[in-house]
Design a protein around this ligand. Structure first.
Ligand code: PCD
Ligand SMILES: [Cu+]
Length: 808
C-alpha cells in the first residue's frame, strides 16, 4: 500500500507532544457552557451558610438559634453541640492537627465558622444568620507569632495537659502551648562553624507576608445524601477529589464505595482548594439530617478571610562566602505563622513543605534550616498559591540572600550567581539539605537570559541613571531584578511523600474504543491548566491515535482511578508519567495484535508514529486504528479481547524545573510607582508538551507574582481584624498593571520521567516574586538599601525612598 501522506504529516495529524494544540476546553469556557459547582442544581436543593465570628479570639458562652428558626425558609441551625454526638465538631487537618468544624466553646480567628444555617435559599440563609444570637466574651488577641511564643495566653486549650503544658504534636514535642512544631534539615554544628570562620558573612531578616490565592471561583460544594440507595454524592471545588472521598469516609463512617466525589469544572484552584473545609462537613451533615441536597458556596469575603492563605513566613538568614564570592555556608531560621489551626497541606513528613530547597540553584556545601510553626489568632491554611510546598518562600529567601551577599561583597549579583551555580556535570546533584536534583544546565540558561536582555548594557544605563538622579536631571531610578530559581515538583515518591497516609502516586486508565478513538481517565483534576488538551497529546504520541480522538476525563471518583490530585505542579511529573506508562502498555498489547495481523513475530514489527511496521518492509503495516478494531473483533490466540490499560505511577524522584528571570523597572521616587519596562522569563521544564499552554502558565504565574511582590496581602490589625477581606483592599492586578512578558526556554529533560517532562505551573510564581522584589530593591542599591519587605506597594516604595533621604 502506498502512503497518501508523508511521515511528517502523519506526525502533525496526531497533534502530539510539542504541538501548540488549541485548548479543547475553551470552546465551553468561552461560551458559558462550563459546569461549575454553583451550576449544579438539584430538585429540592437547600442552601447552607455560616454564622461567622466577628472576633479573632473569644469564648462563646451561648448560641441562641430560636429567632433564626422563626425566619421564613430557615430549616435548621447546626452548632458544635449538634455535631458533637456524631464526632464531627472537630475534623483532622491535612497537617495532622485538628480543626473545629463549628466553634467549640471558643473562636480563634475572625470569620471562624460558628453555626451553619440551612434554608430554602441563599437569601433566607442570610436572614437566618442575622437572627442567630451568639454571646462572645473577648479574649486577648495574638497576631504576632513572636509574641505568641512568649505569651501566657493559651490559644489552643485542646493541645495542653491539665497543667497547661503542651502535649506532643503531630511533628514531635512542642516547647510552648502556642508552638506547633520545630522542623530541621541539614547540619547545625558544622554550618555554625563554617559561618563563624568565614571570610564574609551576610545576614538578613525578611518577612514573606501573608497573602491569598483568591481564585475566580470561590470554594463550595453540593452534598446530596440519597438515603434510599445509601449513596452520598458530593460535588465540590476539590483539587484532590479522591483524597476528599477517603477523608469523608473516614470521618463520616460511610463506606468509601458509597461516596461519590465529583470535581466538575473548577474556576481556578491555586492551592486554595486542596484542603478540607468546615463547609464540606456541614453540607454533608445537613444533607443527611434534612434528606435533601445542600449547597454551600462562599462569597468573596468568606474566601479571602477564612480559606487557605499563603506564606506568612518570617525568615532569618546568614550566608557565608570567600572574598572571591564562593559561597561556603547557609543558615536559615523560619518562624511560621500558621494561624489558629495547622491546616497546611504538606506531605506528612514535611511540616514546612519543601522549604529545605532553600539552597536554591547553588552549590552550597554546608547548610542548616530550622522552622518553628506557631499558632496565632489568624485564619488557618498556609499552603497554597502557586507553590503548595513552600518553594516560593525558599526561593525568595535564597534569591534575596544572594543579593544581600552581593552587596556585602560589592559584587555584581549576576556574576555571584554564575560562580556559585551547580554545574551541569554535577547532576544528579545531592544538595546539603537533602534533595537530589535530577537535572539542570543553569549556566546555559543564565547566559542566554543575560545575553537576550543585554545585561551589561542595562547595568551601564542604570549607572548613568544614578548619575543623572544625583545631578537632579531625573526623579526616576532604574532597577534590574534578577532571579534564578530551582523548583521541586512532582510529589512524590511514595517512600517519602504521603498525605494522611496516602502515598502520592498518581494514575491513568485508558480505554481504546473499537473505532480507534479513546478515553483516558486520570487521578488529577484540572482547574484551568488545560489537562484535557495536554494529556491527550502525551497519549497521541505514545499510542499513535490523534489527540482529537482522545477524551481526557478527571475528577469523578466513581470512574477515575485513584490519585492524589492536582497541586504542587505534580500532574505532569506524576499523572503525566502514568499516562505515558499506560500508553506504553496499550502499545505493547497492540504490537502483539499487529504482529498477528501481519503474520510475523512480535519482534519483527516496530512502532512508527501511528502504526506498526514490519521491520525492513515499510510497505507492510497496520495502523493503530486497524489494530484497535481487531482487538474487538478478532479471536486472537493467547490474547484477551479489548484494548485497555491502567498505570499507577510512583515517581522515583521529584523533578527540578528551573528558570532565569530578569525584570527591568523604573521607579518614580516621588510617587513610589513602579513601571515595569521589561520582563524576560526563561523556563526549563524539561520536555515541553504544549508550548502555548506553557506560555499561558508562565503569564499567569508571573501576574500572580507581580501581585504578591507589588501589593497583594492579607493584613490584620492588632485586634485580629482582617483588613483586606474584599477586592477593594486586596490587590488583584489587571491588564493595566501587567507588562508584556517575553518568554523563552531551554530544554533539559528529567532523566527519570518517561517523557522527560517536569512541571511548570508553579515555576513562574516561584521565580517571579523574587525577580519583581529584587528589581525594586536593586533600584535603591546605589543609595544604601540592602533589604525592604514586600509587598512593595506605592506607599512602601515611597517610604523606602524617603528613609534613604531621596526626598530631601
Ligand atoms: N513540561 C510541561 C509541563 C507542563 N505542561 C502543561 O502545563 C500545565 C501545568 O502543568 P503542571 O506544571 O504539571 O501543573 P499541574 O499539576 O497541572 O497544575 C498545578 C499548578 O497549576 C498552576 N496553574 C494554574 N492554571 C490555571 N489556569 N488555574 C489554576 O488554578 C492553576 N493553578 C496553578 C497551581 S497553584 Mo498549587 O495548587 O498552590 O500547589 S500547583 C498549580 C498542564 O496543562 C501541563 O500539561 C506542559 O505542557 N509541558
Ligand atoms: Cu512548588
Amino acid at each position: 500500500m502506498k502512503d497518501e501522506i508523508t511521515r511528517d504529516e502523519r506526525i502533525d495529524n496526531l497533534k502530539g507532544m510539542g504541538c501548540s494544540r488549541k485548548r479543547v476546553e475553551d470552546a465551553r469556557f468561552t461560551q458559558g457552557k462550563g459546569n461549575y459547582v454553583d451550576d449544579v442544581k438539584l430538585d429540592g436543593m437547600l442552601f447552607g451558610d455560616f454564622v461567622r465570628s466577628p472576633y479573632a479570639h473569644a469564648r462563646i458562652t451561648n448560641i441562641d438559634s430560636a429567632a433564626a428558626l422563626e425566619v421564613p425558609g430557615v430549616l435548621a441551625v447546626l452548632t458544635a453541640k449538634d455535631l458533637e454526638p456524631l464526632g464531627l465538631h472537630w475534623m483532622p487537618t491535612l497537617a495532622g492537627d485538628k480543626q473545629m468544624v463549628l466553634a467549640d466553646g471558643k473562636v480563634l480567628f475572625q470569620g471562624q465558622e460558628v453555626a451553619f444555617v440551612v434554608a430554602e435559599d441563599r437569601y433566607a440563609a442570610a436572614d437566618g444568620i442575622e437572627a442567630v444570637e451568639v454571646d462572645y466574651e473577648e479574649l486577648p488577641v495574638i497576631v504576632d507569632p513572636f509574641e505568641s511564643l512568649k505569651s501566657d495566653v493559651i490559644l489552643r486549650e485542646d493541645t495542653v495537659d491539665e497543667n497547661g503544658r503542651p502535649t506532643d504534636g503531630a511533628h514531635g514535642p512542642r516547647n510552648h502551648p502556642n508552638h506547633i512544631f520545630t522542623w530541621e534539615a541539614g547540619d547545625k554544628a558544622p554550618t555554625e562553624e563554617v559561618l563563624a570562620n568565614a571570610e564574609i558573612v551576610a545576614e538578613e531578616s525578611m518577612y514573606y507576608h501573608r497573602t491569598h490565592p483568591c481564585p475566580l471561583e470561590t470554594c463550595g460544594c453540593v452534598a446530596s445524601m440519597d438515603k434510599v440507595n445509601g449513596k452520598l454524592t458530593l460535588w465540590g471545588t476539590f483539587q484532590a477529589p479522591h483524597a476528599i472521598r477517603t477523608i469523608v469516609s473516614l470521618i463520616s463512617g460511610i463506606e468509601e464505595h458509597n461516596i461519590r466525589v465529583i470535581s466538575p469544572d473548577i474556576g481556578g484552584g491555586f492551592g486554595n482548594k486542596v484542603g478540607a473545609y468546615p463547609g464540606y462537613v456541614c453540607s454533608v451533615v445537613a444533607s443527611i439530617v434534612t434528606g435533601k441536597p445542600v449547597k454551600w458556596i462562599e462569597d468573596r469575603m468568606d474566601n479571602l478571610m477564612t480559606t487557605a492563605f499563603a506564606r506568612d513566613y518570617w525568615m532569618k538568614g546568614k550566608i557565608s562566602a570567600t572574598k572571591e564570592g564562593k559561597i561556603t555556608g547557609l543558615h536559615c531560621h523560619v518562624t511560621a505563622d500558621h494561624g489558629g489551626f495547622d491546616a497546611c497541606a504538606d506531605p506528612t513528613k514535611f511540616p514546612a513543605g519543601f522549604m529545605n530547597i532553600c539552597t536554591g540553584s547553588y552549590d552550597i556545601p554546608t547548610a542548616y534550616l530550622a522552622v518553628d510553626g506557631v499558632y496565632t489568632n489568624k485564619a488557618p491554611g498556609g499552603v497554597s498559591y502557586r507553590c503548595s510546598f513552600r518553594v516560593t518562600e525558599a526561593v525568595y529567601f535564597i534569591e534575596r540572600m544572594i543579593e544581600v551577599l552581593a552587596i556585602k561583597l560589592n559584587m555584581d549579583a549576576a556574576e555571584l550567581r554564575r560562580i556559585n551555580f551547580i554545574k551541569k556535570e554535577q547532576f544528579p546533584y545531592k544538595a546539603a539539605l537533602g534533595w537530589e536534583y535530577d537535572s539542570g544546565d543553569y549556566h546555559t540558561a543564565w547566559d542566554k537570559a543575560l545575553k537576550t536582555v543585554d545585561y551589561e548594557g542595562l547595568r551601564a544605563e542604570q549607572a548613568q541613571r544614578v548619575e543623572d538622579f544625583k545631578a537632579g536631571k531625573t526623579r526616576k531610578l532604574m532597577g534590574i531584578g534578577l532571579s534564578f530559581f530551582t523548583e521541586i515538583v512532582g510529589a512524590g515518591p511514595v517512600k517519602n511523600c504521603d498525605i494522611l497516609g496516602l502515598g502520592m502516586f498518581d494514575s491513568c486508565e485508558i480505554r481504546i474504543h473499537p473505532t480507534g478513538s479513546a478515553i483516558a481517565r486520570l487521578g488529577t483534576i484540572s482547574q484551568g491548566q488545560g489537562h484535557a488538551t495536554t494529556f491527550a497529546q502525551i497519549l497521541a504520541s505514545e499510542i499513535g491515535l490523534p489527540a482529537d480522538s482522545i477524551t481526557i476525563e478527571e475528577g469523578d471518583t466513581d470512574t477515575a482511578p485513584y490519585g492524589l490530585g492536582t497541586y504542587g505542579s505534580r500532574s505532569t511529573p506524576v499523572a503525566g508519567a502514568a499516562t505515558a506508562m499506560a500508553g506504553r502498555k496499550i502499545r505493547a498489547k497492540a504490537q502483539m495484535i499487529a504482529a498477528y495481523l501481519l503474520e510475523v513475530h512480535d519482534n519483527d514489527v516496530e512502532f512508527d508514529v501511528d502504526r506498526f511496521v514490519v521491520k525492513g518492509a515499510p510497505e507492510r503495516f497496520k495502523t493503530m486504528k486497524e489494530v484497535a478494531f481487531a482487538a474487538y473483533n478478532q479471536a486472537i490466540p493467547g490474547i484477551e479481547p479489548g484494548l485497555e490499560a491502567v498505570s499507577y505511577y510512583d515517581p522515583p524522584n521529584m523533578t527540578y524545573p528551573f528558570g532565569a528571570y530578569v525584570c527591568v523597572m523604573d521607579i518614580d521616587v516621588d510617587t513610589g510607582v513602579p513601571d515595569i519596562r521589561r520582563f524576560y522569563a526563561l523556563d526549563d521544564c524539561g520536555t515541553r508538551i504544549n508550548p502555548m499552554i506553557i506560555e499561558g502558565q508562565v503569564h499567569g504565574g508571573l501576574t500572580e507574582a507581580l501581585a504578591v511582590a507589588l501589593g497583594q496581602e492579607i493584613a490584620y490589625d492588632d485586634m485580629g481584624n482582617c483588613k483586606t477581606g474584599t477586592l477593594m483592599d486586596f490587590f488583584l492586578p489587571t491588564a493595566w498593571e501587567v507588562p508584556n512578558y517575553e518568554t523563552d526556554y531551554t530544554v533539559t529533560p528529567s532523566p527519570h520521567h518517561p517523557i522527560g517532562a517536569k512541571g511548570v505551573g508553579e515555576s513562574p510564581h516561584v521565580g517571579g516574586v523574587p525577580c519583581f522584589s529584587n528589581a525594586v530593591q536593586d533600584a535603591f542599591r546605589a543609595f544604601g538599601n540592602t533589604h525592604t519587605n514586600m509587598p512593595h506597594d506605592h506607599w512602601r516604595i515611597w517610604k523606602t525612598a524617603n528613609e534613604l533621604g531621596l526626598h530631601d
